[in-house]
Structure formats: C-alpha cells, structure tokens
Design a binder for this molecule. Structure first.
Ligand code: MIC
Ligand code: SF4
Length: 642
C-alpha cells in the first residue's frame, strides 16, 4: 500500500511506537525554534537539565514577541537569550531580524526534516514539506537535549485543492474556508496534508500562510509536498542544495479527505471573535473600520507586502482609520525598501512597524474603544488586541488594503483588476543579524536580569487530592483567557510568581487571590479547553497558584501536554450531565489518585458540597502517567537520570 507524505517523514524519524492513529509514537527532532516569550522558560529548563550543548542538527532562538521596551525586563531577557544561545550551541536571531516563522522559512527550513518549536505557529515551515510542530517550552528543551518528541500518532487528513484561485482570491481564503468548514476543533488529533492540482499554483510563502493558520484548526501540523515551487523558493533563498522532491505515493491512502474547489472560492473573512467565525467578505461589506493592520507570521511575506504596496500606490488610506504595516523579516523589509514599495506604503499613510509580532500579540496598536479592526493575522480571540471588548476581523492582505482605502470592509474587486507580484529570482540575502554559537562556550557567562526567576517545580502527586472548584468555564477557552499576553503581562514571562497574578484574569480577575486563599483546587472547562498559543505559562502560573486538576469536556493538544509537564491532572468528564451539575465553589476530592490513574479506569470524584459522586476519565499514556506521578516532567527526567 502506498504511503502519504506524513507517513514517510514520520517513518524516517520514528524512534519508538507505532504509526497507528491514536497510538503513542516518538520521533527524532532535527531542528528546534524558540521565541523570546516562551524561550526564557525553555532555556531555564534546558539549563536545569545539565546538557552542555544542544544535540539537534539546528536550534535557533528568535527575539520577536517582547519588543516594546517599556521597562528593563524585555531587554534583560534578550541579553539572557543571547548568552544562552552562544553557550549552548544555538543560533541567535537578533531583535530586528524578524518574526521567527517567517525567518525560519526563509533561512533554515529543510524539506523532509522535523522541527519542534515553542510557538503554536511552528507549522508554518510545513510550507516547504517539513513536519514542524508547536509544543511547550519544556518539550522543546527536551528535544534540544536530544530527547525524542512523544505524541499520539495523528490521523492524516488530505486537503485536496481542485482547480485554480480566481482573481482577488488568496491563499488566506483557502485556510479561512477550511476553518469555516472544520471549525477551531476540526483539526485536533490530525495532520493536514495538502494535495491535488491546486497545490502547484501556490508559491511557498502562500503555502506557508495556509500551514501557519492550520494552528487555528487545532491541528498537530500541516504539510505541503516539496515540489518545483519549493525548489524555486529555496533557490531564490540561495539554498537550492537543501531541496529534495517529496510527496505521497500515487496510491497513498488517508484517514480523511476534505475537498476545496478553488475556482468557487471568494474572498473570506473571520468575524469577531474566533478564527472560525468565517463568512464571505461580501456579507460584511460596509462595516466601518478604525484600524487595518497588515503583518504577523501569517501574512507578511514579500508577496503580501508588495501586493498591498501596489494596491495603495499613489492613494491615501481613509482619514477615519489607522493603517499599520509590519514586514515579516529583515529580508522583506530590506527588499521593499530597496525597490521603493516602502516609500509607496509610507506615502499612502502606512504606519510602519518594526519586523516583529507587534499588534498580533497586543504589543501596541490597541484599537480604539468600541471600534472594529481588520487584520491580516491569524487570531482574533476576544481581548487579544489589548482592548477588552474588541471587534477584530481577519482577512487577506488584499481585503485589508482595499478596506484601508475605503474606511470600511470591502471586496477588493472594487479596485478593478487584481495586482500581480512577480516572484523574485533572488531574495536579498544577508544573515548578518543571525549570530552563530560561540566557538568557546566555556568562556560565555550567562547574563541574568533581576526579572528572571527560577522555574517553580511541583512535588510528587499526593495520595488524595482535594480542593474547591475555583472557576467554571464554557467551551473553546483559549490560553489567552488562561494567561493573557499584551504589553503589560508579556514582560513577566520569565517571572512565574509575578505573572501568576494574571492567571485567568480575563475570565475572573479575582482568580489568583481566591486560588491562594483556598490553597489551590480545580478548574472546570468545556470542550477544546486551552486552544491557541503554546505558552506553557498557562500551565505554570496556575500550577504555581496550586491548581491540581483541570476537569473538562475535551482538551486542545498543546495545553494538555503542558498540564502534564507541570503535574496538573488533565481529566475529562465521562458524562455530560456532570459538567452541568458541578458548580463553582464545590469541594471535590479524588482518593487513591495514583492507583486510580494507573488502573486506567475512570476515576471517582467526590463532590463533598453536594454529597454526590461522578466519574472522569483520562487518556494518558503510561509515560504520561509516570510524569504526572513524579510531579511533572522535570522531576520525571531527574528521576529517570538517577
Ligand atoms: C501567540 O500567537 O499566541 C504566541 C504569542 O505566538 C504564542 C506563544 C506565546 O504565548 O508566547 C503561540 O502561538 O504559541
Ligand atoms: Fe507572533 Fe502573532 Fe505569529 Fe504568534 S501569531 S508568532 S504573536 S505574529
């Protein structure tokens, strides 16, 4: 039987387990990527592991999230990261070099290799045929130390692209259509493999927009074949030698298939406040905008910015809105500066930001109160922009540019014929902002600012766990709810005691106080609990406040893994009615926890307040059970080493 591309890459990297959907498999990791907001924790944990030098083929540390230096904290973190990189054999991408995913695609991606990154949009590099997966910082630290990455083997979903995109319809519209049909839960436990005739038409940066936003489907990752388009891209990046042709066998089979007819697609838009709240742009035309932002790791390539610059050339953006542009990398920034497109953007009224995440993660550019913002980004979770009741729409750069001129959401066809941007034969190549690791690691001193605090560690799991239900929540709770970002909170990523004061603050600002008063307890969630970002702080901060277990309808993959890594029980309601019956403030008790978990049967939870009992299940592997019993991954690794 023929193999699909996912099976081929997994097979080449498998170190244990089976490639059967749902069964645990361990794969060797070739490359790792971190960014500064998750990287400090990842490297503190790597240091604690005592490995002298990374064992991967390539590890890169990026600085792109915490770029506003409103206090000393972010700059201190940058210096810490730079010294760690020099000492432990990691390439360091300096602030200003660009957004991790865009730069990694340009300068380091290799078809057929595996990558683990401490950022949920790591799948961007699936655009060249890598298996690139987002994970918590601790899992990335383990991979840097040479450990394999364990995951339940995902199902493989073939997304067959038929036909060709029509004028004004972009790659972004393909992934928005997938989100419309599959929702933010539709990709959980799956890898999306793209195929079909329509693939050939898409350049690598367009493919990367699609694999990037596959994260919003909850998918483990997304991957395109490595073909002629891939060769052309890598050649233009001066890296043709990294290219190999890779694809599925002609008789490959898949667990599921989704067909998308490109010639029937039209420009799409995600309405507030979920990336799957998608409809055709035509349905929301006329919505007044106070802000339009082009950029983020989804849509900030040379092609994207050239498209926008060409559409705006000689015109002025609408007087009632603010228009920001973020080039995804120094390469993109330099190229639009050299060819004059930057001047066109400035002349049209663009507010040009440095090459970084910026407004995507609430680092500045918070929209005006009660107004709508249109962005070319990937997430519009409520409050993520920095304003509590924000109204953020997501669409292609084409829709953004047309709407910036109109002052309201419009279909870009209003501007007449579509613009075409030629693919550069050669990108401007200069890696001067990427610092290789030191040849003399013994001479490198790690620089540690006062905001960098040690990683808290949980003790072994106790025999009985008991505590109050500290918070009850609904479906699709994101890690932005659990531990928000933004310019005030992001600088505390290296300081768990300080950042824990913001745990669940978006749901209930009294949570930290209550958790401390009650000595910890449980939280209750609905389905897809913990979707979104990979930030392990969403597990670390609650753990620090004494959270013992999260009982939910279902989990998002990365957050579930982070809970286990930090010794918090991830439990799932067996019966729907028990979710309804439980209330905030109820006192819960689970006895003989270790024994019950090992037994594999559903656990009995006593609701002492109501005098009732209910059952919860877990889907932990044996290894995960051992990690939990040890009180988290760091304890487990230490125990294993001893
Ligand atoms: C995000 O888009 O939410 C982030 C910020 O890039 C996160 C990582 C983080 O929280 O540091 C992600 O997607 O993993
Ligand atoms: Fe940065 Fe936004 Fe991409 Fe996250 S989604 S890596 S915050 S640009």
């Amino acid at each position: 039987m023929g193999k699909n591309l996912v099976q081929k890459i997994f097979e080449a990297h498998k170190v244990a387990g089976e490639l059967i959907p749902g069964k645990e498999v361990a794969i060797r990791i070739d490359q790792t990527l971190t960014q500064d907001a998750t990287g400090t924790m990842a490297y503190l944990q790597f240091e604690a592991m005592g490995v002298p030098r990374v064992k991967t083929k390539l590890s890169v540390s990026y600085v792109d999230h915490n770029m506003l230096q409103t206090g000393f904290e972010n700059a201190d973190d940058h210096r810490f990261l730079q010294s760690v990189a020099a000492k432990y054999g990691i390439y360091f991408s300096r602030p200003g070099n660009g957004i991790c995913h865009q730069v990694h695609l340009e300068r380091f991606s290799v078809p057929g290799q595996t990558m683990l990154g401490s950022d949920s949009h790591t799948p961007t590099c699936g655009g060249v045929g890598m298996i690139a997966i987002g994970a918590g910082g601790l899992d990335v630290a383990v991979a840097m130390g040479g450990g394999p990455f364990y995951l339940p083997m995902p199902k493989v979903l073939l997304v067959r692209l038929n036909g060709r995109l029509r004028p004004w319809v972009a790659a972004k519209d393909i992934i928005l259509e997938a989100l419309r049909r599959l929702t933010v839960k539709g990709g959980v436990g799956k890898i999306l493999e793209y195929g079909g005739e329509g693939v050939k038409q898409l350049t690598v940066p367009e493919r990367a927009t699609i694999t990037n936003m596959g994260a919003e489907l909850g998918a483990t990752t997304s991957v395109f074949p490595s073909d002629e388009q891939t060769r052309i891209y890598l050649k233009a990046q001066g890296r043709e030698s990294s290219w190999v042709a890779l694809g599925p066998d002609h008789d490959a089979t898949y667990d599921e298939v989704l067909e998308i007819d490109l010639d029937r697609l039209e420009p799409m838009i995600a309405r507030p406040s979920s990336p799957d709240n998608v409809c055709p742009v035509s349905e929301v035309e006329g919505t007044k905008l106070s802000q339009v932002c082009v950029g983020s790791c989804t849509n900030s390539s040379f092609r994207d910015l050239m498209t926008v610059a060409t559409m705006l050339k000689g015109k002025t953006v609408h007087p009632d809105l603010s228009f920001t542009v973020t080039p995804g990398s120094k390469q993109v920034y330099t190229m639009i500066a050299a060819n004059g497109a930057l001047a066109d953007l400035i002349a049209a009224g663009g507010r040009i930001l440095e090459s970084a995440c910026g407004p995507c993660i609430g680092m500045g550019q918070v929209p005006a109160s009660g107004t709508a913002s249109l962005r070319s980004f990937n997430r519009n979770f409520e409050g993520r922009s920095g304003a509590a009741n924000d109204k953020v729409y997501l669409a292609s750069p084409e829709v953004c540019a047309a709407s910036a001129l109109a002052g309201e959401i419009v279909h870009p066809k209003r501007l007449g014929d579509p613009v075409t941007v030629g693919f550069p034969e050669r990108f401007i190549l200069d890696d001067n902002l990427i610092i290789p690791p030191s040849p003399h690691p013994e001479r490198v001193e790690i620089t540690r600012g006062p905001n960098i605090k040690p990683v808290p560690i949980r003790g072994e799991l106790s025999i009985t766990i008991e505590g109050e239900v500290l918070l009850k929540m609904g479906d699709n709770i994101t890690t932005d709810h659990i531990l928000p970002a933004g310019s005030k909170i992001l600088p505390l990523r290296s300081n768990i005691p300080a950042i824990s004061e913001y745990a669940f603050s978006r749901v209930d600002p009294d949570f930290p106080k209550r958790a401390k008063e009650k000595g910890g307890g449980f939280v209750i969630g609905g389905s897809n609990y913990g979707q979104g970002s990979s930030r392990e702080h969403a597990a670390l901060a609650p753990m620090y406040l004494g959270l013992k277990g999260a009982i939910v309808r279902s989990f998002a993959r990365i957050h579930r893994a982070n809970l286990i890594n930090f010794g918090i029980l991830p439990l799932i309601f067996v019966e729907e009615k028990d979710y309804d019956a439980i209330g905030q403030g109820d006192q819960l008790r689970i006895e003989r926890v270790a024994e019950q978990i090992r037994g594999g049967q559903p656990l009995v939870v006593k609701n002492l307040a109501k005098g009732t009992e209910f059952r919860v299940r877990h889907d932990l592997t044996r290894r995960e059970v051992d990690i939990l019993l040890a009180g988290g991954m760091l304890n487990y690794t230490k125990k294993a080493a001893a």
